[in-house]
Design a protein around this ligand. Structure first.
Ligand code: PLP
Length: 400
């Protein structure tokens, strides 16, 4: 007799982030639109990109597709852990040139985007491992671990008093999820703050899973883009990155993870966790799309990076416009300098949902209530600057 997966069925109660978004947020927007059909609505909730693929990437995709359609150049399955040229580009053109850290290609795992890696990498660790998470947090960190059956969560609270960068855990934890530049708060962490986490992880034999998908948005000097800028991180951290927001790959799907050979925990030898992740991929994941990987190689080329930088600058200008426009109207805004997210404080004692309704009615702006990211997000709203510039400029002037 088959029985259901209890952990999955417990998540099937309408409480996941995506379900709340589709039901409650989209539901409220549809209702508002039906009541006020003449009012313009500015969607700044969902963190999807609005700019098209860079021209260099488009050419690489056309070229790649043409080769796939030709008998002499057709290729099928690739190396499960990623196209060797792309992995080498990640090592040379990202980690060595931008971050100043060396990796071997065998430490890079190409994925179909950060979402699957960040919810699957926990499979490397025992189900009895305790998990520390920022609160507010990107929801997939907690949902991926809940789905695996973990229930021991320790919250690292992020609030104005600590500039939305939490303290290291007060108790012993095994896995620590960190995301900087942060979604949803828009905060960045300094080297000293990240060093505190690396020191904690090394002294407790804990592992940091570092989500760096917004690393390319960092402008401020001395703000780390990678956990590996911190000495000792290769011994205690996995890093996740993505082509989604820098190169508009949200639909194409491509990302990478780094599982260093020198990452070891109790009862593991040098390279063992790296090898385990490779075996896991050979069972559950047969590699990212070969065509998307051709696009990824083009992103990391000199011309590709130049074009991606134009997209990033565009989104950062959006964030500036949004933050300035809302600040001029008396709102208290955080983030948006090294990150495409603005974390907007609700006026007075308004809750996140009251603020959501208020902003929709007054300005036609749709954000995500901060409480959906955890109780420390109550009283805030997240806005994404990945929307179109014209819409953002119009939205901040549009107060009824
Ligand atoms: N991590 C964070 C913090 C994100 O904000 C997102 C997407 O919004 C992802 C991961 C997922 O990215 P991808 O499109 O590469 O799966």
């Amino acid at each position: 007799m088959a029985t259901k997966n209890i952990a999955l069925s417990q998540l099937n109660n309408g409480s996941t982030y995506n379900e709340i978004f589709n039901r409650d947020i989209i539901g409220k927007v549809k209702l508002f639109q039906a009541s006020y059909p003449q009012k313009k609505i500015y969607m700044m909730g969902w963190g999807d990109t609005s700019q098209p693929l860079p021209a260099t990437v488009v050419r690489a995709l056309i070229d790649g597709a043409t080769k796939l359609g030709n008998l002499n150049t057709y290729t099928g399955y690739e190396d499960i852990n990623g196209n060797p040229e792309l992995k080498k580009s990640v090592c040379d053109k990202y980690y060595q040139e931008k971050i100043g850290v060396e990796f071997d290609s065998s430490e890079i795992f190409i994925s179909d985007g950060a979402q699957s890696s960040l919810s699957n990498l926990q499979e490397l660790f025992g189900l009895d491992n305790s998990v520390a998470l920022q609160n507010p947090t990107y929801p997939a960190f907690i949902e991926g671990n809940s789905l695996a059956g973990r229930s021991q969560f320790i919250e690292l609270h992020c609030h104005e008093q600590n500039n939305f960068v939490p303290q290291t855990p007060q108790e012993k934890v095994d896995l620590i999820y960190l995301c900087f530049p942060n979604n949803p708060t828009g905060a960045v962490a300094t080297k000293e703050q990240l060093k505190g986490f690396v020191d904690y992880a090394r002294s407790h034999q804990a592992v940091i899973i570092f989500d760096a998908v917004y690393s390319w948005f960092v402008n401020t000097p001395n703000i780390p883009r990678s956990i590996y800028e911190i000495e000792g991180a290769k011994e205690c951290a996995i890093e996740i990155n993505s082509f989604s927001k820098i190169a508009s790959f949200t639909g194409l799907r491509l990302g990478w993870s780094v599982v260093p050979h020198s990452l070891t925990i109790k009862n593991t030898t040098f390279g063992e966790l790296n090898q385990m992740w490779s075996i896991r991929n050979s069972i559950k994941f047969w590699g990212a799309s070969n065509l998307a990987q051709q696009g990824g190689i083009a992103v990391l080329s000199a011309q590709g990076q130049k074009e991606c930088q134009q997209n990033i600058n565009y989104y950062l200008t959006n964030a500036h416009l949004l933050r300035q426009g809302l600040s001029n109207q008396g709102f208290n805004c955080f983030g948006g300098t090294d990150n495409p997210f603005i974390w907007l404080k609700a006026p007075g004692k308004m809750t996140s949902w009251q603020f959501f309704d208020n902003l929709l009615q007054e300005m036609g702006i749709v954000g995500i209530p901060g409480c959906l990211f955890g109780e420390s997000g109550e009283g805030y709203l997240r806005l994404s600057a990945l929307a179109s510039q014209k819409e953002i400029a119009e939205a901040v002037q549009n107060r009824s």
